[in-house]
Design a protein around this ligand. Structure first.
Ligand code: T5A
Length: 215
């Protein structure tokens, strides 16, 4: 596979979508072939799974293990239909969330068994890791207040307790410390423009310098 898998991670409202849009405009200006995708919901099947996972339903709660399996199913489909073919085509993939989300949310957040999560991540991905992961680090209160300030209603996971979101944040902190050559922390509390410049610097240094030595 000759493309690159670049993943954006972080707690709710950390700015992934905003930064992925800016980065895609930059890649376009460099004539780099890329795709934008996300988990859950990067395939037709995944769109259905995303709705099931994120819709708030008072009388039909989603079980924790069910939730884990649905995220794994979404990922397995995404890998086969989107990630592998596009990587084989040499494309850059900007992906909103990947395996670290499952570790942070279902592992640290829900407290599910970490070796089970790692096994499921492996089954879903066949061992495909990101080439580089940008972790947008913001306080959970800041991220959630951004989400509350936007028009969309909070989804099922966003409505979890603050303690849950803090555990997720702790998960990202520990993941970044464990995988320093893959996960790069960017301070997501800075302005959108500054966050973008910081991400661009990392991408340029780590991935794009081969293609665009002068940019
Ligand atoms: N999940 C996912 C699991 O539990 N396990 C898994 O394995 C996986 C894959 C997916 C949910 O599923 C969970 C995690 C999630 O709960 P999502 O796709 O992340 O959900 O949901 P989105 O709504 O797309 O994303 P977020 O809610 O996390 O928001 P973003 O994309 O991080 O933030 P963004 O860019 O939309 O910005 C939010 C608001 O903040 C403003 C924006 O303008 C916007 O209004 N903003 C800033 N404001 C000030 N300063 C900045 N630097 C700003 N950047 C953005």
């Amino acid at each position: 596979m000759s493309g690159k898998l670049i993943v954006f991670e972080g707690v709710e409202g950390c700015g992934k979508t905003t930064q992925m849009t800016l980065c895609s405009q930059w890649l376009e200006s460099l004539s780099v072939s890329f795709v934008l995708t996300r988990e859950p919901g990067g395939t037709e099947l995944g769109k259905h799974l995303r709705r099931l996972l994120l819709e708030k339903s008072e009388n039909k709660p989603v079980g924790e293990v069910t939730e884990l399996l649905l995220y794994a199913a979404d990922r397995a489909q995404h890998i086969e239909q989107e990630l592998k073919p596009n990587l084989a085509d040499g494309k850059y993939i900007l992906c909103d969330r990947y395996t670290d989300s499952t570790i942070a949310y279902q592992g640290y957040g829900r407290g599910l068994n970490m070796s089970l999560i790692n096994q499921l991540n492996y089954i879903a991905t066949g061992g495909l890791e990101s080439d580089l992961t940008i972790w947008l680090d913001v306080d959970v209160e800041v991220g959630l207040s951004r989400k509350r300030g936007s028009e969309a209603a909070l989804d099922r996971i966003e409505q979890e307790t603050i303690a849950f979101h803090r555990r997720v944040q702790q998960g990202y902190t520990e993941l970044a410390a464990t995988y320093p050559s893959r996960i790069f922390r960017v301070d997501g509390s800075l302005s959108k423009e500054v966050v973008y410049e910081n991400i661009k610097e990392i991408l340029n240094k780590r991935l794009l310098s081969i293609l665009t030595p002068d940019s």
